[in-house]
Design a protein around this ligand. Structure first.
Ligand SMILES: [Cu+2]
Length: 619
């Protein structure tokens, strides 16, 4: 899925790789006089390395003019390229195939690496070296296995020493789509890993070719269209071989101490390459744990970060969006109940939506009934209510009725009072309201993720007569929220490294997209502040004179306890009802007094942003 700039780069890269592979294959099979196994080696490696493979082919192997291949491929560096190509083609194919399988099986990363090493080694040795080479080198299959074992072991160690850390660190980095073979990024990481493996394996291959432990490039001429490989096969020349071809069954020119030293060195390199990433990433995790998750920039992820923490902070995957709200859509729309035998029945449906918090800024959020905030439930004290909650999120959820006295099993906390509602399931909450005032509902499963992404809504309970609650000419509900949107993705804002919000909304909109309330001088307005946000205490301030705080957390304050103020600290979960009287005409702001919270991505737009709205008073 094309979700990030890197995806577009990779599309271009793999298009180039396809073209390069086509060029190499065409020239190999049409023009180049070399053994079939080398033809396939170059084709496979070009598939992995793209234009780099094409470059290596043209510089080291492609016959310049008919009849020149033998002389052209003689330099040691070209023989080294041939030897490395041969190793990489076999080993990398085994490694990549194993990586696909281990991802599907959900093996932890440390085990992935071991399986990949074994698969690469086995594929390289038993198939690419021994089986395909038998025709050229002569001897039985098992003689070839025995002869190839040490060179293959040394080369594979070096290759994996380069490939393992690159694969691991990139797969388990910020964008863990790289762990999923269904994502382009996985293949990009594999390509990059093969390039690193090639670079590390090249020097030891040059050395092995120079010591006649491995063959490099060869020429194989067909006469009368019949392959006569045995006659034409050409093993790697020794450095001083000049134009005198060495016999096919060249004796390796290497001492035991030399062989032991190189084997030990590549073994240590392998060990380092396999274990080094465990200093930085949690290698006990698998693609099933965290595959596909994209983490926010700046999140601290160490070798002990649990999978749950990563999933919790990860971006909403754009692929999960099932509904795109029109840019002008408003949240907090009053939801009319259906009456069933005197019970007020509401339907809430949680899903992933795309939502405009500003005309030009969209977030991917979790929403009830496609709205952020969710629909406003308005009932009267004493009402029997039934709320059917259907979950269309990619994870379990529940709903909590914040501040209400309800039977415990209707209260919502997941795993404490109820089994979380699975994707596709419906859960019915039913209770009789015993209180009145300003309340709200919100998710109570993975709250720091779900509520931060938009799963909340106002629940207003009107009092039964006689009404003791102070009233006003106007009323406005203010639900607060913090957002984190970076590099095109939406993350749940939370007070963790990398989780700090950069957008703030009142009822799902950031200023200047927030509402303006029209009033006349002398009129009053009841502002119901709701701390539906997850992270900050927002000092909500009103310009143009003090307001009277008349209720807190749904409870009406006795007259003697009401007080005047112009700023009230609305903490997460808190509600304040305040009544403000328009004393003078003009545009009077309601805003949070933490100035960063009145910016949009740190930018002031038309005089502010975020948690800001206007009371527009006319004379
Ligand atoms: Cu604030």
């Amino acid at each position: 899925m094309l979700a990030q700039p890197i995806d577009y780069f990779l599309v271009a890269w793999f298009a180039l790789a396809g073209l390069s592979t086509g060029c190499v294959a065409w020239d190999q099979f049409r023009n180049n006089p070399e053994p079939v196994v080398m033809k396939w080696g170059f084709v496979l490696v070009t598939l992995y390395l793209g234009p780099i493979g094409l470059l290596l082919y043209v510089m080291a192997d492609k016959e310049p003019r008919p009849g020149e291949h033998e002389a052209f491929i003689e330099p040691l560096w070209k023989q080294g390229v041939g030897s490395t190509i041969h190793c990489v083609a076999g080993d990398a194919t085994g490694i990549i195939a194993a990586a696909v399988v281990t991802a599907a099986l959900g093996l932890p990363m440390w085990l992935d690496l071991i399986v990949e090493y074994l698969a690469g080694f086995a594929f390289g040795l038993f198939i690419f070296q021994s089986l395909f080479m038998k025709n050229m080198m002569g001897g039985t299959y098992w003689q070839n296995v025995r002869k190839s074992f040490m060179p293959e072991f040394i080369s594979m160690n070096a290759m994996m020493a380069g490939m393992a850390p690159v694969m691991t660190l990139l797969m388990m980095g910020r964008d863990m789509r790289a762990m999923e073979p269904t994502e382009l990024l996985f293949w990009g990481v594999m390509s990059f890993g093969v390039a690193a493996g090639f670079a590390v394996a090249y020097p030891v291959n040059v050395w092995m070719v120079s010591r006649r432990m491995k063959h490099g490039l060869m020429t194989e001429r067909h006469s009368h269209g019949q392959p006569r490989a045995e006659e034409a096969a050409r093993p790697a020349p020794a450095p001083h071989a000049g134009h005198h071809p060495t016999p096919p069954q060249a004796i390796p020119q290497v001492t035991r101490p030399q062989l032991a030293a190189v084997t030990l060195a590549t073994g240590l390199m392998l060990l380092a390459g396999m274990t080094f990433p465990s200093l930085f990433v949690n290698m006990r995790l698998s693609a099933r744990d965290v595959g596909g998750a994209i983490m926010p920039p700046g999140m601290v992820m160490g070798w002990d970060t649990p999978a749950e923490a990563m999933r919790d902070m990860s971006a909403v995957h754009p692929r999960q969006v099932s509904f795109t709200a029109p840019p002008a859509a408003q949240g907090d729309q009053v939801l009319a109940p259906r009456l069933e035998g005197g019970v007020k029945v509401f339907e809430l449906d949680a899903s992933v939506v795309r939502w405009n918090i500003l005309p030009d800024v969209q977030v991917e959020g979790y929403a009830f009934n496609h709205q952020i905030p969710g629909p406003r439930l308005r009932v009267t004290e004493g009402d029997r209510v039934r709320i059917r909650v259907t979950n269309h999120l990619p994870e379990t959820t529940t709903v909590h009725w914040h501040g209400l006295i309800v039977p415990n099993d209707m209260d919502g906390p997941a795993r404490i009072v109820q089994r979380p509602v699975k994707t596709g399931e419906t859960y019915t909450y039913e209770f009789t309201t015993e209180q009145s005032g300003t309340y709200f509902y919100h998710s109570h499963d993975k709250v720091d993720r779900q509520q931060a992404l938009g799963l909340y809504g106002a629940l207003i309970i009107d009092p039964k007569p006689p009404v003791l609650e102070p009233t006003a000419d106007h009323e406005y509900v203010i639900q607060l929220q913090e957002w984190l949107k970076r590099e095109g993705l939406t993350y749940p804002a939370m007070q963790m490294e990398g989780g700090m919000p950069n957008y703030f909304t009142i009822n799902g909109k950031a200023f200047p997209a927030t509402d303006s309330v029209k009033m006349k001088v002398g009129e009053t307005i009841k502002l119901r502040f709701v701390g539906s946000n997850n992270n900050f205490v927002h000092p909500m301030h009103v310009h143009g004179g003090p307001f009277t705080v008349v209720a807190r957390d749904g409870n009406v304050l006795p007259e003697s306890a009401r007080f005047q103020a112009d700023t009230v600290n609305v903490g997460p979960g808190q509600r304040y009802d305040v009544i403000w009287k328009a004393a003078k005409p003009g545009k009077w702001l309601v805003h949070c007094h933490i100035p960063h919270h009145t910016t949009n991505n740190n930018v002031e737009q038309d005089g502010g942003g975020g948690l800001m709205m206007v009371l527009d008073v006319s004379a």
